[in-house]
Write a protein that binds this ligand. Sequence first.
Ligand SMILES: Cc1cc2nc3c(=O)[nH]c(=O)nc-3n(C[C@H](O)[C@H](O)[C@H](O)COP(=O)(O)OP(=O)(O)OC[C@H]3O[C@@H](n4cnc5c(N)ncnc54)[C@H](O)[C@@H]3O)c2cc1C
Length: 511
Amino acid sequence: MPINVVWFKRDLRIRDHAPLFEAAKEKDPLILLYLVEPERLAQPDTDPTHIEWELDCATELDKNLETIGGSLHIVYSNVIDCLSKINDEYRINKIFSHQETGTSWSYERDRRVKEWCNEEGVPWKEFPSNGVIRGLMNRDHWKGLRDKRMLKSPIPPPDSIESIPALEVKPTIDSMGLTPRKLTQRPIPGENAALETLDSFLNSRGESYRWRMSSPAEASHHCSRLSPYFSTGCLSIRSALWKTNQRKAALGESNIGKKSKSSWVKSLSSFQSRLAWHCHFIQKLEQEPTLDSIAMNVDLDSRMHREFDENIFHAWATGNTGWPFFDACMRQLISTGWINFRMRAMIMSVSSYTLWLPWRDSGLHLARLFLDYEPGIHWSQVGMQSGTTGINSIRAYSIHKQGLDHDPNGDFIKSWVPSLKNVPTEFIHQPWKMPLVTQNESGCVIGRDYPSPMLDESKSRREGVARAYSARRNEKSRETSKKVYEKHGSRKNRRRRKPIRTDDTLQTKLF
Ligand SMILES: Cc1cc2nc3c(=O)[nH]c(=O)nc-3n(C[C@H](O)[C@H](O)[C@H](O)COP(=O)(O)OP(=O)(O)OC[C@H]3O[C@@H](n4cnc5c(N)ncnc54)[C@H](O)[C@@H]3O)c2cc1C
């Protein structure tokens, strides 16, 4: 019996889903397929926590599909094995899916699927994902193409579909032998929860987003918190933009006060910019799928000679550096799977400049910690924050400054580092400066209850910055930076943009 396959990947939704919509128009019944691929489980950036989250989102997708007559086959198998089996049992007429932008692993897998399709004579209809444009060699036309796609209305879910019922037995975390981290404050999985989260952001939480996104204590509530839904595709970027535009239009008509209206409009504009960044960063991996293993500016990277030190890495990775604000951020991330942008940037910059650790080890660790791990955003940001693109200014964050700016009284620190909870406010950012008597009184003896700072933060950071500049002062690195810019640099403000400078006169931004 001929059937069509809809292969769900990181697009676990029924709304704005072109492959599902188009497949539903065909006369053949559908097999709706979601795979947990053993090959993927073996990748160093995959964490069981990601798989648990995706499975839960897939289960929610199954429920939504049921409302329109569908049934999701959740299968533990590599894709070609699974397609071959389906093709033997039925006959696959066509495969429908979204294009996926991933690291070398999924890129190679998709090439093999294409070969299999050619050999078996099965057409594979791939549809673009969000604002990523396949086949571009540089950024000259990307923005126009992306904006044009985003202006189209989201595609509605199909009214009904005819699908082959799925088997009762589905893989579980236990049956696959996985042990995910138990996250606190884990979001509710699935498309419906994603829409509710967007709704609460657009109608209540988001008013002061622009001003509160940088403080880790406030960002948890005032940021959209949509990233785990975008990374599993429970929500499309276009749907989010569409609803944001509707909300902006409604604000224009509403009679809320002038101040509140202005805050809302500014915050929603900032949010829209970030939705554009989402696509902008993933486009980089689309054009260069090796970003998880080879730096954009490979000459610059090799001249840095960063060194892996097991003890230093461990202290950084577990939030035991002895720098309270840093440790609080890392511990929030480990516990919840989420931290805001500025703190992610600080965490990566501390690894790269202050501790001089290689970016790939730190990048992999963070990839596994983030519930919202999105390879395109992640590896592009890791490259930027570790100074290995050569086209971005060096951003070396001071933990002390960030702590004073965003947690002056240390409340955030105390909520994530319990051993510091009775430390007086004047010492909370530098507890090692407490006199011994105060250490005893506060029940926090440095070196016993909380680690001594691993290094002189300010000195090490400055040394790291100096080494990074020294690596940039090289003709070959500069030449490569120019090529990186041509291929990946944002063209948005080209007319206003100063010529790209790849020399050591670039200013270090003090964060
Ligand atoms: C080293 C590093 C690694 C990162 N890794 C990831 C990752 O794996 N997955 C991920 O989704 N984000 C990543 N980010 C970007 C950013 O920190 C998160 O998108 C954001 O914190 C998610 O929270 P939110 O959804 O509440 O964001 P909001 O501020 O509400 O933003 C809405 C959406 O816009 C997009 N967005 C926001 N900031 C950025 C940005 N700087 N670059 C690209 N897109 C952005 C995201 O899709 C986000 O969900 C990383 C940042 C850094 C510095």
